[in-house]
Design a protein around this ligand. Structure first.
Ligand code: GAL
Length: 808
C-alpha cells in the first residue's frame, strides 16, 4: 500500500512524511533483527524519496503510538538490572545499540539530507517531558544523555525531541497536541515546529468513534502558521490498521483509522482530506513570505486578530485574519483591503492582504458517506461454509503445563509476549465437600481478560471495562468442588500491553500475586491458593500447531470438522475459504456475531477482533459543532454499536484464486453471519453559501442517483442529519435533480436566480445543503434493464456486468 498512500499524501499537499520506527518488530529477540517485507523501513523511505517528498525519522525508540508496550521489545523488561527510560546503564546500552543500528542503516542507504536522502529531521525519545517528573534526577540526566548520544552520531540533520521543555541544545523541542499556536521552543533560535497535530483519535475496545472536524483541524493549522510556525505534521495523516498483536493498551482496538485524512483503508476521508488540500495550497502559495518575514499582529477587537507578513524589499504581503471567538461570527471591514466574513473559530488567509484565498470554516469539499457492500466475487456463494476445530485443552484442563512455580507470575515476564495467552493451573484437594458445594472462586487479576475453568468446566469469563485504568478486576464465581483432587485452570489473556505513562513498562499484566482464593459456602473458610504450586503454559495449543496457517498445520491429530458447526462455543477455531472480491476497492471482513479472538487471512494476522464489545449507548451527539477547543470525546459517534465490526483485509494479503480465513474464537460466537465486503462511497453531501458554487461528486466512477435532501435557505444539521430551517426555496429539489441525477459530478452556482426565492429573513446568510446517493454503475444499468422488463433472475448476467465495470 505504501506507494499509493504516499502518492495520495503528495496529492493532498503533504511534502514530508513522518514515521516512527518500531523496535519490538525490528529486534524481536536480542540482536536478531528483522527488516524484511513490511518491516523494510529503508524501502519505505526510498519510496517517500521517489515520490519527491521529505521524511522525518522518529527513532524513539520509545514511541508510544498506541503500540504494544510503546514499541519496546518485551525482552528488555527481563534483562537483569534494567530500568527503562531512565539513567540506567543496561537500558542506555540497549537503546544506543538500537539507535546506532537504525542510524547506520540510514547512513548506508544514504537517506539523510546531506547525503542526498529525504530525511530532514530525526527524533530521539518521545514526549518524555510529559512523564519525566517521577523519574527525578535520573530522568533529567537521561534526557541529557539522550541528546549527547544522538548528537554524537553526526547525521548532518537536526535532532528533535517532542514535548521536552528542557531539551538540551542543539536538540529542537517540538510541540504535540490539538493546538500549538501558543507553543514556543525553549531555545529562541529553534524553529517553531509541531510534530503531532492529532487529526482525530484512536479507539479503545468498548469505546466510541472519535471525530475531529475538518474545520477545527484546519483552524489549528492556520493559527499555527499565523503565529510563526514553520513545520506541522498530522498525527495521523494515515493511521491504518494495527495488524497482528501490535495494538497497545491495554484494550486498544485493531483499527487505527484515527479519523485521519486518509482513512484506515487509504481512502480520502472527505471533507477533511479535500479541505486540507485547499489549505495546503493556500499556505504554499504564500510560504516564501511566511518564512522570510517577521509578522506584525494587530487586534481588530472581539478576539479577531489581523497578522501581516510583509516583505519590505519586494512589497509582497499576506495576512491572516483569525476569529478565536467560540460563538460570534465577525464581519471585518479592512477598508480599501475589503470586507470579510470570518465565522466564529476560523482563520482566513488573505493573499496580498486583500483577497480571501481560504477560510478554515468555509468547507466546500463534499462529504462522502462510506458504506460496506457485499462481496461481488464471481463465484462466491451467499454464505461462507465453515469447518471448525475445538482448541485442544486436554493438557491444561487437567492442570498440565510446561513449568511450575510456587507463586502467581506476572504475565509478560512469563510469556515474553509470545502470545496473548497464559494458563495458570493448580490443584486443590478436598475431603469434606459440604463446605465446598456452592463455594466461591475469587481471582484478583491485573487483566486483561480471564477465563476460569474448574475440573474442565468453564465457570465464567471477565474483563475490564476497557477505559483507562480499568483493567484490574476481581472475578468471583460460584463453584462446586468435588471430593479428592480439583483442577483450577485459569486462562489469562492480554489485549495489548500498556504503552503510556511514567514507568508504564512496569504495569503488571495477568494474575500476578493474585490473590486467588476459594471461599467456602458459609464464608467461614478461605483457602488462599496464591502460593500453591502453579503450573504454567504459554500460548494455546492451536497457536503452537499453527492452526491459523492453512498450509502448515503441524499435528495431524487436530481435525477440522464440517459437522455440527458450533455456535457460541468458546475456544473454537473456525476456517473457511473465499474468493477475493472483484475490483480494487478495499476489502473488509464483517465479524458481526463473533465474540473475541484473532483473525488470519492466508496465515497473516489481520489483528484481534472483539465485535461483542459494544461502545456505551450515551455520549454521542447528532451534530458536531466545530467551534471551541476540541478534546478527544467532543464529537463521538457509533454509540451502542460494536467498537469494531469490520476488519481490514489488505488486497496485498489476498490471492486471485482461493483464500483462507481462520478465526480463533475465545468467548463464543456465530460465524454464519461473517461476510467479506468492499468499502465504497454510498452517498455524498455538500453545502455552499450563496454566491459560491455547490460541487457534488461521486468518486470512483459512481453516479449521483437519488437526491435525498436539498434545501436552499438556512438548512440545519450536517450530512445524514440535514433538516429544513426557517426558510426554503420551493424549487431547489427539482433544480438539483435536473443538474445532478445520473451524473458523476455536477456543480451549481448558488443564487436565488438559479435555486428560487427562499423568503429568508434579512439577517440570514443563505446556503444550500444537498445529500445524494452514489450508485454503482452496475446497479444503474440493472435498473435501466429492469425498467425495460428484461429478465434478471439469472445472477450470471449481474456478475458479468459487475465484473466488466470493475475490471475495465
Ligand atoms: C502522543 C504520542 C503518540 C500517540 C499520540 C496519541 O502523546 O507521542 O505516539 O500516542 O499521543 O495518539
Amino acid at each position: 500500500m505504501w506507494p499509493d498512500l504516499i502518492r495520495k499524501a503528495k496529492e493532498g499537499g503533504i511534502d514530508t512524511i513522518e514515521t516512527y520506527v518500531f523496535w519490538d518488530h525490528h529486534e524481536p529477540r536480542p540482536r536478531e533483527y528483522d527488516f524484511s517485507g513490511n518491516l523494510d523501513f529503508i524501502r519505505f523511505f526510498k519510496t517517500v524519496q521517489e515520490a519527491g517528498l521529505y521524511a522525518i525519522l522518529r527513532i524513539g525508540p520509545y514511541v508510544c503510538a498506541e503500540w504494544n508496550y510503546g514499541g519496546f521489545p518485551v525482552w528488555l523488561h527481563n534483562m537483569p538490572g534494567i530500568q527503562l527510560r531512565t539513567d540506567n546503564a543496561v537500558y542506555k546500552s540497549e537503546m544506543e545499540t538500537f539507535v546506532a543500528k537504525i542510524v547506520s542503516m540510514c547512513q548506508e542507504a544514504k537517506l539523510f539530507g546531506p547525503q542526498g536522502g529525504p530525511i530532514i529531521f530525526a527524533q530521539i525519545e518521545n514526549e518524555y517531558g510529559n512523564v519525566m517528573g517521577p523519574y527525578g534526577e535520573a530522568g533529567k540526566s537521561y534526557v541529557k544523555w539522550c541528546a549527547e548520544m544522538a548528537q554524537n552520531f553526526s547525521i548532518g540533520v537536526p535532532w528533535i525531541m517532542c514535548q521536552q521543555a528542557d531539551a538540551p541544545q542543539p536538540m529542537i523541542n517540538t510541540c504535540n497536541g490539538f493546538y500549538c499556536h501558543n507553543f514556543q521552543p525553549n531555545n529562541p533560535k529553534s524553529p517553531k515546529m509541531w510534530t503531532e497535530n492529532w487529526s482525530g483519535g484512536f479507539k479503545n475496545w468498548g469505546g466510541q468513534d472519535p471525530h475531529r472536524t475538518a474545520e477545527d483541524l484546519a483552524y489549528s493549522v492556520a493559527l499555527f502558521f499565523q503565529t510563526g510556525g514553520v513545520l506541522m505534521n498530522y498525527y495521523m495523516y494515515h493511521g491504518g490498521t494495527n495488524f497482528g498483536r501490535s495494538s497497545g493498551g491495554p484494550y486498544i482496538a485493531t483499527t487505527y483509522d484515527y479519523d485521519a485524512p486518509l482513512d484506515e483503508y487509504g481512502l480520502p476521508s472527505q471533507p477533511k482530506y479535500g479541505h486540507l488540500v485547499q489549505l495546503h495550497a493556500a499556505l504554499k502559495s504564500v510560504q516564501k513570505i511566511l518564512t522570510s518575514t517577521k509578522p506584525t499582529h494587530q487586534s481588530v477587537g472581539n478576539q479577531v486578530n489581523l497578522t501581516t507578513f510583509l516583505n519590505n524589499a519586494t512589497g509582497e504581503k499576506v495576512c491572516f485574519l483569525s476569529n478565536t471567538n467560540v460563538g460570534q461570527d465577525a464581519n471585518i471591514d479592512l477598508e480599501q483591503n475589503g470586507k470579510y466574513f470570518v465565522p466564529a473559530w476560523s482563520v482566513s488567509i488573505l493573499a496580498g492582504c486583500n483577497k480571501e484565498i481560504y477560510n478554515t470554516a468555509k468547507v466546500n469539499t463534499p462529504t462522502t458517506v462510506m458504506v460496506k457492500v457485499p462481496n461481488r466475487a464471481e463465484k462466491e456463494p451467499a454464505h461462507l461454509s465453515w469447518t471448525w476445530a475445538a482448541e485442544p485443552m486436554s493438557d491444561t484442563l487437567h492442570g498440565h503445563g510446561q513449568f511450575n512455580a510456587m507463586k502467581l507470575l506476572e504475565q509478560k515476564e512469563t510469556t515474553l509476549d509470545a502470545s496473548d495467552y497464559l494458563w495458570y493451573m493448580t490443584r486443590v484437594d478436598i475431603d469434606d465437600t459440604s463446605s465446598w458445594t456452592n463455594a466461591n472462586l475469587f481471582v484478583n487479576t491485573t487483566g486483561h481478560v480471564l477465563h476460569a475453568y474448574v475440573n474442565g468446566e468453564l465457570i465464567g469469563s471477565q474483563w475490564g471495562t476497557g477505559t483507562e485504568d480499568a483493567y484490574n478486576f476481581t472475578f468471583i464465581k460460584n463453584v462446586t468442588l468435588q471430593r479428592g483432587t480439583n483442577v483450577i485452570s485459569l486462562l489469562s489473556a492480554t489485549v495489548g500491553l500498556q504503552n503510556y505513562g511514567s514507568f508504564f513498562d512496569l504495569s503488571p499484566a495477568g494474575i500476578v500475586g493474585g490473590p486467588v482464593k476459594l471461599i467456602s459456602n458459609k464464608n467461614d473458610v478461605t483457602m488462599d491458593l496464591s502460593t500453591n504450586q502453579w503450573s504454567y503454559k504459554v500460548g494455546l495449543n492451536g497457536e503452537a500447531e499453527k492452526l491459523m496457517d492453512a498450509g502448515c498445520q503441524l499435528r495431524q491429530s487436530i481435525k477440522w470438522s464440517t459437522d455440527g458447526l458450533p455456535i457460541s462455543k468458546p475456544m473454537t477455531w473456525y476456517k473457511t475459504t473465499f474468493q477475493a472480491p472483484l475490483g480494487t476497492e478495499p476489502v473488509v471482513v464483517d465479524l458481526q456475531g463473533m465474540g473475541k479472538g484473532q483473525a488470519w487471512v492466508n496465515g497473516q494476522s489481520i489483528g484481534r477482533y472483539w465485535p461483542a464489545f459494544l461502545a456505551p449507548k450515551d455520549g454521542c451527539n447528532a451534530t458536531c459543532d466545530y467551534r471551541g477547543v476540541y478534546s478527544w470525546d467532543n464529537c463521538m459517534t457509533n454509540c451502542g454499536n460494536p467498537t469494531q465490526r469490520w476488519y481490514h483485509v489488505p488486497r496485498s494479503f489476498l490471492r486471485n484464486d482461493k483464500n483462507t480465513l481462520v478465526l480463533f474464537e475465545e468467548m463464543g460466537g456465530n460465524p454464519t453471519q461473517v461476510a467479506f465486503k468492499t468499502v465504497t462511497i454510498g452517498a455524498v453531501c455538500s453545502t455552499a453559501y450563496e454566491g459560491s458554487t455547490l460541487e457534488l461528486s461521486c468518486q470512483g466512477g459512481k453516479t449521483l442517483s437519488n437526491i435525498q435532501f436539498a434545501s436552499f435557505g438556512d438548512p440545519k444539521g450536517t450530512c445524514q442529519s440535514f433538516s429544513k430551517g426557517s426558510c426554503e426555496s420551493a424549487t431547489v429539489m427539482s433544480v438539483v435533480q435536473k443538474a445532478c441525477t445520473g451524473k458523476e459530478k455536477c456543480s451549481i452556482n448558488i443564487s436565488e436566480g438559479t435555486l428560487g426565492t427562499s423568503n429568508c429573513a434579512n439577517d440570514i446568510t443563505r446556503r444550500v445543503a444537498v445529500q445524494a446517493v452514489c450508485e454503482d454503475k452496475t446497479d444503474s444499468i440493472l435498473k435501466i434493464l429492469r425498467s425495460l422488463s428484461l429478465d434478471f433472475s439469472s445472477n450470471q448476467l449481474l456478475k458479468k456486468i459487475s465484473y466488466l465495470w470493475r475490471t475495465f
